[in-house]
Design a binder for this molecule. Sequence first.
Ligand SMILES: NC(=O)c1ccc[n+]([C@@H]2O[C@H](COP(=O)([O-])OP(=O)(O)OC[C@H]3O[C@@H](n4cnc5c(N)ncnc54)[C@H](OP(=O)(O)O)[C@@H]3O)[C@@H](O)[C@H]2O)c1
Length: 318
Amino acid sequence: MTLVLLPDTIPLDPRVPEGVHTAIYDVRARIPADLRDADALVVWGNPADRLAEAARDLPELRWVQSLAAGPDSVLAAGFDPAVVVTSGRGLHDGPVAEHTLALLLALARRLPDAVRAQQRREWSTEIGGLQPIPGSDGAGFRSLSGARVLIWGFGSIAARLAPALTLLGAQVVGIASTAGQRAGYPVVTIDEARDLLPRTDVLIDILPATAATRRIVDDGILRRLPAHAVFVNVGRGSTVDEGALLHVLQEGRLAGAAVDVTATEPLPPDSPLWDLPNLLITPHAAGGRPVGADTLLVDNIGAFHTGEPLRNTVVRPG
Ligand SMILES: NC(=O)c1ccc[n+]([C@@H]2O[C@H](COP(=O)([O-])OP(=O)(O)OC[C@H]3O[C@@H](n4cnc5c(N)ncnc54)[C@H](OP(=O)(O)O)[C@@H]3O)[C@@H](O)[C@H]2O)c1
C-alpha cells in the first residue's frame, strides 16, 4: 500500500488508484508516528521547521509534491537527494498574472496616490483632470498601451500574463536562461536584454529563488532603466538587491515599483521600504491559491504509483 500524506491547509480530494491510501496531516504539528511510513508528502503552507522535521522523520519518503510554483522552501528543508521533488508550476498562473496586472495598473494610474488623497478627503486635480497623452514627453508610465515590457523569468506564469499585456497594447519581450520563441513571444538572455533596458518602460520579475538568481536585479540593472520606468516583483524577494531598489526609488532614478515578495518575509516593521511613497507593497498575495491542485495530484499520484515520470519534476541544483 502506498501512503500519500495530504496537508490540512487546503481542501483536497484527489481520486487515487487502488493500492494508494491518503491521510490528512496537520502542517503545524509533528507528523504522527502512525503516518511516518509515508511514501509521498504533499506540502502547502508548511512552516520551515516542520518541513525540516518531516525530512528527518519520514524514512520511507520517495516523493514530495509542493503546491507552490517555487520549490525553494522544499529544496531548503533537507530532504534526501533521492527524494523526488515536484512543484505546483501552473497552479498559480492565473492568480499571479492577475496580481501582476493589478500592480502594474495601480502604478500606471497612481492608485496609491489616489488612496492617500482619498484618506485626506482631497479631490486631487493633479491625479485627475487633463493628462498628457501616454507616450508623449513628460507623460511617464501612465498606460500599458505602447509600453515596452520586459518579463524576467519567462515561464508558466509569464506565458499567462504576456497575452493580457498584449491585449492592452504592450510590447512584451521575455528574459530566460536561453533565447528563442516561447508562447509566441521573443525571449532573450540577460546579456542581450541589457541593451533593451534603457528602452524599457516596465521590468517585471517572475524569477525563482535560486543561487543563480540571488540579487540578480542589482543596482546596475535598475540604473539602466529610464527614470520614468517601473519595476514589479512577483517572483521572489531574494532576486532583488533591496538596498539598490531603495536608493533608485529615493533618488527618483526610477519612477515607481511594486513588490509582492521581499527578501525577508514578513517585511519587518522597521524596513525603510515601508516609507517609500513610490513603492507599492503587497504581502506575498499574488499566489496563495493553487488552482487545479487535485488534477495535478491525480496525474502525479497515478504516475508515482505506476513508476512513470512525474509532472513538474524539479531539477535539483548540483
Ligand atoms: N508572488 C507569489 O505569490 C508567487 C506565486 C507563484 C510563483 N511565484 C514565483 O514565480 C516563480 C516563477 O513561477 P513559474 O511558475 O512561472 O515558474 P517557471 O515556469 O519555472 O518559470 C521560471 C522562469 O524563470 C527562468 N529562469 C530561472 N532562472 C533564471 C536565470 N538565472 N536567468 C534567467 N531566467 C531564469 C526560467 O528560464 P528557463 O526556462 O530558461 O530556465 C523560467 O522561464 C516561482 O519560482 C516563484 O518563485 C510567486
